[in-house]
Write a protein that binds this ligand. Structure first.
Ligand code: FMN
Length: 196
């Protein structure tokens, strides 16, 4: 699958087939993840693979999101603050979030290209998760990524491209017309299924 197809066809998936994800496949996906853009080479990411149902349940509780326990595999993506501080010599939080978001996005696109569905949860009790996966003090869990073979890949939707485009200054539409295929009709409430 071409990169641009994997990007466009990625969709948050929370319903999985009862089929395990091999560690070999996870390694391939996490290898793609670590090639994300990185602030001055900090590479702050740490990946904790979770397959034990007991740990999945604990993580689902820490997020108050039951669906998390049903995923065949989870990866808790953490930021190693020491690496950020050492490389950037500044407050780590913003850079951590940017690096980890990029790594998670790579993970999701790589997974999609390999036929796996993913959903990345960022809303959870970070301290509880840190305790469950036993991170050192300077390692902050930022995302729990669920992965599995999907029951289906639902169609995804986005607002038309023209809603987001400006040229030279904010509010001025580009001179060239946006091709119709990027401007499909869309209803704003179509996306809201968070936590369900
Ligand atoms: C910052 C951020 C936080 C998110 N946190 C959660 C979460 O805690 N639980 C969840 O189910 N989905 C979470 N998501 C995933 C969104 O729910 C999902 O991407 C959204 O429903 C749009 O669907 P799509 O990704 O298929 O386009 C999060 C997404 C982002 C960008």
């Amino acid at each position: 699958m071409e990169a641009k197809d994997a990007i466009r066809k990625r969709k948050c998936v929370k319903k999985y087939l009862n089929k395990p994800v091999s560690t070999k496949l996870l390694f391939d996906i996490l290898d793609c993840s670590r090639w994300a853009q990185t602030a001055l080479g900090a590479q702050s990411w740490e990946f904790v693979i979770i397959k034990d149902p007991k740990n999945k349940n604990l993580l689902a509780s820490a997020a108050e999101q039951e669906w998390i326990a049903s995923a065949p595999a989870l990866v808790v993506v953490c930021s190693n603050l020491e690496r950020i501080e050492f490389t950037l010599k500044r407050e780590p939080t913003e850079f951590s979030i940017m690096e980890i978001s990029a790594a998670v996005q790579n993970m999701q696109i790589a997974s999609r290209s390999l036929g796996l569905g993913t959903c990345a949860a960022f809303l959870f009790d970070r301290q509880m998760v840190a305790k469950i996966i036993k991170t050192p003090k300077k390692v902050m869990p930022l995302s729990i990524v669920a992965l599995g073979y999907p029951k289906e890949f639902p169609e995804n939707e986005r607002a038309p491209l023209s809603e987001f485009l400006h040229e030279e200054e904010f509010g001025r539409a580009p001179e060239e017309e946006v091709p119709k295929k990027y401007n499909k009709k869309w209803q704003r409430n179509a996306l809201i299924h968070i936590l369900s």
